[in-house]
Design a protein around this ligand. Structure first.
Ligand SMILES: [Ca+2]
Ligand SMILES: [Ca+2]
Length: 275
């Protein structure tokens, strides 16, 4: 009599055990903020923020009803060693990356029409590996910034040596497109992460007022660090103003909006313009 219920229970366990594996392999992870919270329903999303008003859900969306607003003022207390208001995925494994992996990323960024040019850059998205034991500091593998020139710039940092120092890192920059305040800027990047010649980056861009994807970067070669097997990279988005760590610039505050930050395995999965 007891055999039958046990085998049913075991069969159910097997199915439950398999389901998350399949979901992980096929489903993109998206932060669209449609549940109206700043964690977008991901309790492990982290925040580097000084104040209650630093990171808030806002009803200015790329799609749906909500997006995330990141706000920074000159003089805000430094967080995690810098002047920043950023969400991060340090504890969300499905966003982690390392050399040898190929990943698609999509996201949309809005700058208010009142956005003013500044003499120093604003960093709005980062792909950042943590440090190996032998490393004291580390740049992101890549980051997207607004430049004083009025361009979106992708900076890429790579290093083939296992223990990176400031002197061993190789830096490359790509100016992608013009920054247009008052518009949503959509980005898709395909990174084939590698610390050697196997690496590649493909990037596409459009704005919501001028839809139609344009290829804005095609690059091959190293694009990340030579790291321990247990060292991974994670994502950060919001606003980081490195210049304000040491002094003022021409602007006193910065506000940016992000929506539909997505990690997946194809362009269509991560397309931030698709609701
Ligand atoms: Ca949304
Ligand atoms: Ca390393």
């Amino acid at each position: 009599m007891s055999l039958k219920p046990m085998s049913v229970a075991m069969a159910a366990l097997t199915v439950v055990g398999l389901a998350p594996v399949n979901a992980h392999a096929s489903a993109a992870l998206r932060f669209g903020y449609e549940n109206g919270t700043k964690s977008s329903g991901q309790p492990k999303l982290g925040f580097n923020e000084c104040c209650q008003t630093s990171i808030q859900v806002d009803d200015l969306p790329r799609t749906g009803r909500y997006a995330i607003r990141s706000h920074l003022k000159y003089g805000d207390k430094m967080v995690a060693g810098g002047t920043r208001a950023e969400s991060h995925t340090l504890d969300i494994k499905d966003t982690h990356f390392r050399s040898g992996e190929t990943v698609y990323y999509g996201f949309s960024i809005y700058l208010a029409s009142t956005w003013q040019n500044d003499s120093r850059e604003d960093i709005v998205f980062q792909w950042k590996p943590w440090r190996d034991k032998c490393e004291t500091d580390k740049s992101p593998s890549a980051f997207l910034s607004v430049q004083p020139s009025g361009k979106w710039r992708l900076r890429v940092n790579s290093d083939g040596s296992p223990c990176s120092t400031a002197d061993t890192v190789h830096k490359t920059s790509f100016d992608l497109a013009e920054v247009k305040p008052g518009q949503w800027h959509d980005f898709v990047f395909k990174f084939k992460w590698s610390h050697d010649s196997q690496g590649s980056i493909d990037g596409w861009y459009q704005t919501h007022k001028n839809p139609g994807w344009r290829k804005v970067v095609t690059a091959t070669g190293p694009n990340t660090f030579n790291d321990d097997a247990t060292t991974q990279g994670y994502l950060k988005w919001g606003i980081y103003k490195p210049a304000w760590n040491t002094g003022p610039t021409e602007v006193e505050s910065r506000t940016v909006f992000h929506d539909n930050i997505t990690v997946g395995t194809s362009f269509s999965e991560v397309n931030p313009a698709a609701g």
